[in-house]
Design a protein around this ligand. Structure first.
Ligand code: DON
Length: 305
């Protein structure tokens, strides 16, 4: 049954109200620190990419780590299960940019969503395409139906200047023989992919292939049904980093967050959601977006459990 979205959005927005003053906008990338923390948007895209939303759902923001689900899908579409020899599929239980685990586990990152794992995926996409960031942008333009999806050079350059941890992670991966391309090239493509700017509407549409069991917006196949299941499964255990358990507990959906404040969540076989609020909790997940998704799944009863 299709709910009355107007009523539902009103209830979700009301649930978010009390947390809007809390949390903190990411400031380790100076270009992100300038965003108004009071923004809030929410969008739902059905399987036919018919989209509705509320609040700031058409205001663009930095997608940051949400980009990791799309690079992962593009690599899996070519490499299939071989990718899982390079990167794990286990929860990290550690912050997204943590080091200790990577060194202990000899350069096999816990999953493709911690930064080290995402660097491995970007390295592989660079090998496969010759230009990872452009391949990703073109994919997102096609899936969202928005030809204006683009990078934000200010964010990419800001992150490049302040990306000491990512740089160190990439060098450790290279030292352990886990990268095929030069460290500088992998980092550059990674920073640019994170700087892509989209709104809730575009992101809900672009992630639709994960709700359609691997079928793209034009219904051509990107991933097999099993591969789409695997991406969703890894999102559930690692898409919100060391808060993945708490998120599954509250929301009950596979999801991916970014420090720009967006969260994309998938209801397989039904629809895709995107919530956005720039202020983050201590794990790097948007306080407003988690609260909104919690309210949405509670009110609709839609979850994978
Ligand atoms: O690697 C970084 O630091 C960022 N560009 C992306 C991190 C991110 O979005 C983590 N998400 N919650």
């Amino acid at each position: 049954m299709v709910p009355d979205y107007e009523v539902l959005f009103e209830q979700v927005t009301r649930a978010v109200g009390p947390v809007l003053g809390g949390g903190q906008v990411a400031d380790y990338i100076p270009a992100l620190a300038r965003v108004d923390p009071a923004r809030f948007g929410f969008a739902v895209a059905d399987l036919a990419t018919c989209t509705c939303g509320t609040g700031d759902w058409k205001v663009p923001f930095s997608i940051q780590s949400i980009s990791k689900i799309f690079t992962l899908a593009l690599v899996l579409a070519v490499d299939g299960d071989a990718l899982w020899n390079r990167v794990g599929k286990e929860p990290s239980g550690a912050p997204f940019n943590s080091f200790a685990q990577l060194e202990r586990e000899r350069g096999i990152p816990r999953n493709p969503f911690v930064n080290a794992g995402a660097l491995i995926v970007t390295d592989r996409l660079l090998t496969l395409t010759g230009d990872a960031r452009t391949a990703l942008r073109e994919f997102l333009r096609a899936e969202s139906g928005n030809p204006d999806v683009d990078f934000d050079a200010r964010v990419a350059e800001s992150e490049q200047r302040h990306g000491h941890r990512n740089s160190a992670l990439a060098h450790l991966l290279a030292d352990l023989g886990r990268l095929d391309n030069p460290v500088e090239a992998v980092l550059e493509h990674y920073f640019w992919q994170c700087s892509l700017t989209m709104n809730c509407r575009d992101l809900a549409r672009a992630a639709g292939f994960l709700a359609r069991h691997g079928l793209r917006a034009d219904h051509s196949r990107l991933l097999t049904r099993s591969e789409a299941k695997r991406v969703n499964a890894v999102m559930l255990i690692g898409g919100t980093y060391d808060a993945a358990g708490e998120f599954a507990h509250r929301v009950g959906l596979p999801a991916k967050s970014g420090v720009g404040g967006g969260i994309v969540a998938i209801i397989p076989g039904r629809c895709t959601l995107c919530a956005w609020g720039p202020a983050l909790d201590g794990h790097g997940n948007s306080l407003a977006a988690v609260t909104a998704l919690d309210a949405f799944t509670t009110l609709t009863g839609w979850s994978i459990f």
